[in-house]
Design a binder for this molecule. Structure first.
Ligand code: PMV
Length: 313
C-alpha cells in the first residue's frame, strides 16, 4: 500500500497577470492537504479511482478523456512504462475546499502521481510531478499559467514566471497570513476566460494593468527579501486594487478585505482566480486573533492561519 500527500496553495501576489507572462509569488499551505492511497484490488479488477469529496467513482478503463484524475493516472503510468493496467483501488481525499483558490485540483493530482510512483517503488521528482499535473490542470483551468501545479509539486514558496525555470524562494522573515474562505465557489476557468475576453477587447488597457501587477510583484519580492512587512502589506492592497480593475473581485471579497484591514492587517487581497474563493491578509502575530475574528464576523466560512517561510516540511 502506498500513500502520498500534497499541500494546498495560495498566490501571494500576481494572479491573472501571471497568465500573461508577468511574475507571481505563491506558497504552499500545509494545514490543508490532499491524500492519495493505493490499495491492491482483486486480480483482473483493474484500476479504479474513488474520491468522496468530489463524488468520483471511476474505472480507469472506461473513464472519459477529460477526467483530470484519470488523465494524470494514465500519464503517470505511461511515464513509468506500465502498459498493462494495474489492479489497484486508489482512494483520494482532500481537506482543501474545491474551487476556492486553494489549489484543490492540483493537490489531488500531485498526491495521486506521488502515490503511483511510490506504489511502483519510485520517488517522483518535483519537476516531473509538476509537468504531469500541469496536463491534468488544463482540464480544470483551460489555459493555466502552471503556477498551481508548480507550487504544489515543489511544496515550498516559489517565484514563478511562465515558461522559465522555477525559483524556490524563502522570505527573510516569516509571513503570517490569515486565509479566509468566502464560501463562494468560483471556477478559475470562468474568471480567467473573462479576463482573456476583456484583454482581447482592450489589449492596451489590460497590458498596462498586467505591467503594473508585474512591477508590484517585483517590489513584493524585494520587501520579502529585506523583511519589510509594512511595505509588503501596502503591495497586497495595491494588488487588490488592480485585481478589482480586472473585475475579478466581488462585494463579498471586498467586504472581507476591508474587515481584515480595519482589524489591523498590514494588507489584504483576494488570492487566486477571484469572484469567490479566498482572501489573504498579511498580519503581525499580535493581530492574528483580531483579524481572524473580524473575518469570521464579516462572513468568512473558515480562517486558516499559515506562516510562510517558518513552516518547513
Ligand atoms: O487556482 P486559482 O484559483 O488559485 O488561480 C490560479 C491563478 C490564475 O492566475 C488566476 C490562473 C493561472 O493559471 O495562473
Amino acid at each position: 500500500m502506498a500513500t502520498a500527500t500534497a499541500p494546498g496553495k495560495i498566490i501571494l501576489v500576481g494572479e491573472h497577470a501571471v497568465v500573461y507572462g508577468r511574475p507571481a509569488i505563491a506558497a504552499p499551505v500545509w494545514q490543508r492537504v490532499a491524500t492519495a492511497t493505493i490499495e491492491p484490488a482483486a486480480p483482473g479488477d483493474g484500476c479504479s479511482l474513488h474520491a468522496r469529496d468530489v463524488e468520483l467513482d471511476i474505472h480507469l478503463r472506461t473513464a472519459r478523456d477529460d477526467e483530470p484524475l484519470a488523465v494524470v493516472t494514465r500519464l503517470a503510468l505511461a511515464q513509468l512504462g506500465i502498459e498493462q493496467e494495474p489492479d489497484w483501488r486508489i482512494k483520494l481525499h482532500s481537506e482543501i475546499p474545491i474551487a476556492s483558490g486553494l489549489g484543490s485540483g492540483a493537490a489531488l493530482s500531485t498526491a495521486l502521481v506521488r502515490a503511483i510512483f511510490r506504489q511502483l517503488g519510485r520517488e517522483a521528482e518535483p519537476a516531473q510531478v509538476s509537468s504531469l499535473v500541469y496536463e491534468s490542470e488544463r482540464f480544470y483551468h483551460g489555459a493555466p499559467s502552471g503556477i498551481d501545479n508548480t507550487v504544489v509539486a515543489y511544496g515550498q514558496p516559489i517565484w514563478f514566471v511562465k515558461g522559465r525555470e522555477i525559483e524556490p524562494f524563502t522570505p527573510s522573515v516569516p509571513l503570517t497570513i490569515a486565509i479566509a474562505d468566502s464560501g463562494v465557489r468560483s471556477p478559475t476557468k470562468a474568471t480567467v476566460g473573462d479576463v482573456r475576453r476583456a484583454w482581447q477587447r482592450e489589449p492596451a488597457r489590460y497590458e498596462s494593468i498586467f505591467d503594473a501587477i508585474g512591477e508590484l510583484v517585483c517590489a513584493a519580492r524585494r520587501a520579502m527579501e529585506v523583511g519589510d512587512l509594512p511595505a509588503l502589506g501596502q503591495l497586497f492592497d495595491a494588488n487588490q486594487t488592480l485585481l478589482e480593475s480586472l473585475d475579478v473581485s466581488s462585494e463579498t471579497l471586498h467586504r472581507l478585505v476591508a474587515a481584515a484591514r480595519r482589524a489591523g492587517a498590514l494588507g489584504a487581497k483576494l488570492s487566486g482566480g477571484g469572484r469567490g474563493g479566498n482572501v489573504i491578509a498579511l498580519v503581525e502575530e499580535d493581530a492574528v486573533d483580531a483579524v481572524s475574528g473580524a473575518l469570521y464576523t464579516s462572513g468568512a466560512q473558515q480562517v486558516i492561519v499559515t506562516r510562510i517561510g517558518a513552516e518547513a516540511r
